[in-house]
Write a protein that binds this ligand. Structure first.
Ligand code: ADE
Ligand code: ZN
Length: 329
């Protein structure tokens, strides 16, 4: 099994329908409007976000979130993952009635349990939600900067990329960067290459969530490659959300040929019928990556991870140890 690492998965979006159904029973809620025949119901990005918000609303206590993180990370480790960064959303927790510090403590507990069972290492990236507006994103950044949870190591922004003006979010990213947090931001998924260019100019991220629509501008692709900005690519999500019609039209191979540093990620796995293992399979089947090249993708993810240097060195040694000799490049 190829050793794997994931940098881009939203923990609320990682809850499978069976777990959401269990939560609905626990809270006596009818979820037939958004879970049918054991699958989430949505048909475009807006309805995806609505279902996502409704499902997230069924995680309300610390134990609900600890269970979710433990469940996701334990499964991920069984797929061969050595490392995971989960995007977390204090806004979703607060809406569900859980204060942000209790939320991070609970997720930290889930991470601890998963590590104890499987050895998987994990960190949390606090995300602001763009369409909640600049003040909400700034509040999320301030929470990330002040929370002092040792597993909160990054800050990012998710949500509707086409909402608002990029400049209005500069202060949020300044707060997070000044606190020493790693910076990533969703761009170039639902919005075009201009959103990636603006994100690079305004927020100075070391990574971009998706970023794949940079392909629309060759100068921008060159800049991403030259500046070693890492793209958190989520191929199955992109096709499910119709960013590209199919894998044959996905720009992964062109971005790779252009020298961009790429990683593979599942984004919101049960919504898109995917998993981290499936993303690696897609890269092998549709983009022609060999096992050695897939291990190289894992290496890029570990190199770009928001971890201290000792942990990075340990993860790189573990990657080396778990990569079969005959697949080494
Ligand atoms: N939140 C959860 N999944 C997302 C995605 N694919 N794009 C933007 N925001 C998200
Ligand atoms: Zn995402």
């Amino acid at each position: 099994m190829v050793p794997k690492a994931e940098l881009h998965c939203h923990i609320e979006g990682a809850a499978p329908p069976e777990l959401v159904e269990r939560q609905a029973q626990k809270y006596g809620k009818d979820i037939s409007a958004f879970v049918r025949d054991g699958a989430f119901v949505w048909h475009d990005f807006t309805s995806f976000l609505a279902t996502y918000d409704a499902a997230a609303g069924l995680f309300r206590t610390g134990e609900d979130y600890a269970l979710l993180a433990e469940h996701y990370l334990t499964g991920l480790a069984r797929e061969g993952a050595l490392y995971s960064e989960i995007f977390i959303s204090p806004d979703h927790a607060r809406t569900a009635g859980l204060p942000p510090a209790k939320y991070t403590d609970a997720l930290g507990e889930g991470i601890r349990r998963a590590k104890e069972k499987t050895g998987i290492e994990a960190r949390m990236i606090v995300t602001g939600i763009r369409h909640y507006g600049p003040e909400a994103v700034e509040a999320a950044a301030r929470f990330a900067a002040d929370c002092r949870h040792r597993l909160v190591t990054g800050f990012g922004m998710a949500g509707e990329e086409r909402f608002g003006d990029s400049r209005d979010y500069i202060r949020a990213f300044d707060i997070a960067r000044d606190a020493g947090l790693g910076i990533t931001v969703h761009a170039g998924e639902l919005a075009g290459w201009e959103s990636v260019a603006a994100a690079l100019d305004h927020y100075r991220p070391s990574r971009i969530g998706h970023g794949v629509r940079a392909i629309e501008n060759p100068d921008l692709v060159r800049k991403i490659a030259d500046e070693s900005v890492v793209l958190e690519v989520c191929p199955v999500s992109n096709v499910a959300l119709q960013v590209f019609p199919d894998f044959a039209h996905h720009p992964f191979p062109q971005l790779r040929t252009a020298g961009c540093r790429l990683t593979l990620n599942s984004d919101d796995p049960p919504y898109f019928a995917t998993s981290l293992a499936r993303e690696y399979e897609v890269a092998a089947q549709h983009f022609g990556l060999t096992e050695g090249e897939l291990a190289g993708i894992t290496r890029v993810a570990i190199e770009a991870a928001f971890v201290d240097e000792r942990t990075r060195a340990r993860l790189l040694a573990s990657l080396e140890q778990h990569t079969p000799d005959e697949t080494k490049l």
